[in-house]
Design a protein around this ligand. Structure first.
Ligand SMILES: C[S@@+](CC[C@H](N)C(=O)[O-])C[C@H]1O[C@@H](n2cnc3c(N)ncnc32)[C@H](O)[C@@H]1O
Length: 478
């Protein structure tokens, strides 16, 4: 462990994940759904960016100026390669939070994002980030924070503490953290084999331990084998953030906005009786046994009138990122699976089937009768599709912005980005950062993509598909 790490794992790099909730372009739909005026983002900041995959995708395909830090030079050097390849307006540093947050040369921000960070750093760093937010987040600005949540993780805390202590005291340090993790997991299995009363009282522990065994060791190292791993209740988080002068706005997960997917009717009635938003969310977490929260916090929430919400919704452009035929109308919530209403979603999907950016209500309203009601249903529909992997946000009315033109090059050229094979996400200048369609297929890295085919002189969709080793889906263009 290094003395600059404050107990955080640094001897092994983090995974190469993409987290769309970090994309500031997603804020608008969530805020409008909640009836809040969304911020106008020009300057954005990401704290603790890991390998910087999300950061580089967002910076390369949006018009925003980005500042970001991660104290692990392994991470920063990788992220810097992506930033250099794209030429995006992104300023990276390998400073600690104490160093970065104390800098006088960073601008004030409209948006600050922290994913997978809060529960894994100590209170000293919490205080630094809160102070930074108080000073550097503009009025009306938004903070995105995810955190491991109580009650969902409560029963796992003592088990995790024992596993980490076992790795620290019983395993050989000279063999590195992966070997310590293996020893700790083997011990955990042995322990569960003795049928401890704790595991009998909380039977899901055994299942969780089995899931641990299948996780990527890089992930396990950063998630559970740090000195600090503190799942905390929403009430406590709200209390910690209060000095930053930010208040809860809404969930960054669009599907969370649909209570019927996650809460019984009795629970919805109970929650409706609680006017205090922090208390209400905390009770909701008990109803859903929440493990991970992904939330937007705002410095000065401004309620929007229904007319303003409608107008801003109409300015939103979205795009279908799956083939129309591949979109399933089934969604998963805490209560189980639900099927989305064809009468609401089919017109939306049909209007987007050509994969061109569209402003939803204008294009579908004619099919549905009463305009106000129709718009509200389509707004909700757009959100659901967004979280369901079918819809993508488009940055503005005309183009993806100044970084967008370069963005298509970012992760495509292996020579420029040598860790290419580890990346299973790509950004699209059309989508302003969304990259859901760039995931792994059959465990293999995503094949050579369409933008590279175009750069190499292939003009037709069928040629792109053949170059990318993809079925062209019957010659769909767009
Ligand atoms: C669990 S990882 C999450 C990374 C990234 N946000 C993501 O979700 O992919 C936490 C990151 O915070 C960084 N970090 C932890 N403590 C830090 C500190 N005091 N200063 C700067 N970076 C820190 C780590 O190097 C690590 O990359």
């Amino acid at each position: 462990m290094n003395d600059w790490s404050a107990g955080y794992v640094t001897e092994i790099g983090y995974t190469f994940g993409y987290y769309e909730e970090l994309n500031p372009l997603r804020i608008t739909l969530a805020f409008l759904n909640t009836g809040l005026v969304p911020p106008k983002v020009t300057t954005a900041c990401e704290l603790g960016f890991g390998q910087g995959v999300s950061l580089n995708i967002h910076a390369a395909a949006s018009p925003h100026t980005w500042y970001a830090n991660d104290f692990n030079p392994l991470h920063t050097v990788f992220a810097q390669e992506g930033a250099t390849a794209s030429g995006a307006d992104v300023h990276l540093s390998d400073q600690t939070f104490a160093e970065f947050c104390g800098r006088a040369d960073v601008p004030d921000f409209d948006y600050i994002g922290l994913h997978g960070l809060w529960s894994w750093v100590n209170d000293e760093n919490h205080a630094i980030i809160v102070d930074f937010t108080r000073r550097k987040l503009k009025v009306g600005g938004v903070v995105y924070i995810s955190h491991n949540t109580l009650p969902g993780w409560a029963t796992m805390v003592p088990v995790r503490d024992v596993l980490v202590a076992y790795g620290e005291t019983m395993a050989a340090h000279g063999h590195g953290i992966v070997s310590r993790i293996e020893s700790a997991l083997a011990f955990g299995e042995k322990l569960m084999g003795t049928s401890p009363l704790y595991a009998r009282a909380h039977s899901h522990i055994v299942e969780r331990m089995a899931q641990f065994k299948n996780h990527d060791r890089h992930y396990l190292a950063h998630e559970y084998f740090n000195r600090d791993w503190t799942p905390l209740s929403f009430l406590r988080l709200a209390h910690q953030l209060a000095p930053a002068k930010i208040g809860y706005a809404c969930s960054a997960s669009y599907l969370d906005h649909l209570d019927a997917l996650h809460l019984s009717t009795e629970q919805q009635v109970l929650l409706a009786e609680i006017p205090d938003v922090v208390l209400r969310q905390s009770v909701r977490d008990l109803c859903t046994n929440q493990q991970l929260r992904r939330d937007y916090w705002v410095k000065g929430a401004r309620p929007a009138t229904p007319g303003a919400v409608n107008e801003m919704m109409r300015a939103q452009r979205v795009i279908l990122v799956k083939r129309r035929a591949d979109v399933s109308l089934t969604v998963n919530g805490i209560l189980g699976q639900a099927t989305m209403q064809e009468s609401v979603y089919d017109p939306i999907l049909d209007s987007l089937a050509d994969h061109c950016p569209r402003t939803l209500p204008k294009n579908t309203r004619g099919n549905r009768g009463h305009a106000g009601r129709t718009s509200a249903r389509h707004h909700a529909g757009a959100s659901v599709l967004g979280d369901h992997g079918s819809g993508g946000n488009r940055s503005g009315p005309t183009s993806a912005g100044r970084n967008g033109n370069r963005g298509g090059q970012t992760p495509d050229r292996q020579a420029e980005y040598p860790y290419h094979e580890r990346l299973s996400f790509r950004q699209s200048p059309c989508l302003s950062g969304q990259s859901r369609d760039g995931g792994r297929r059959g465990g293999e890295p995503f094949p050579a993509p369409v933008p590279l085919a175009r750069t190499d002189g292939h003009a037709q969709p069928a040629q792109w598909a053949s170059f990318a080793n993809l079925d062209d889906g019957g010659g769909e263009s767009g």
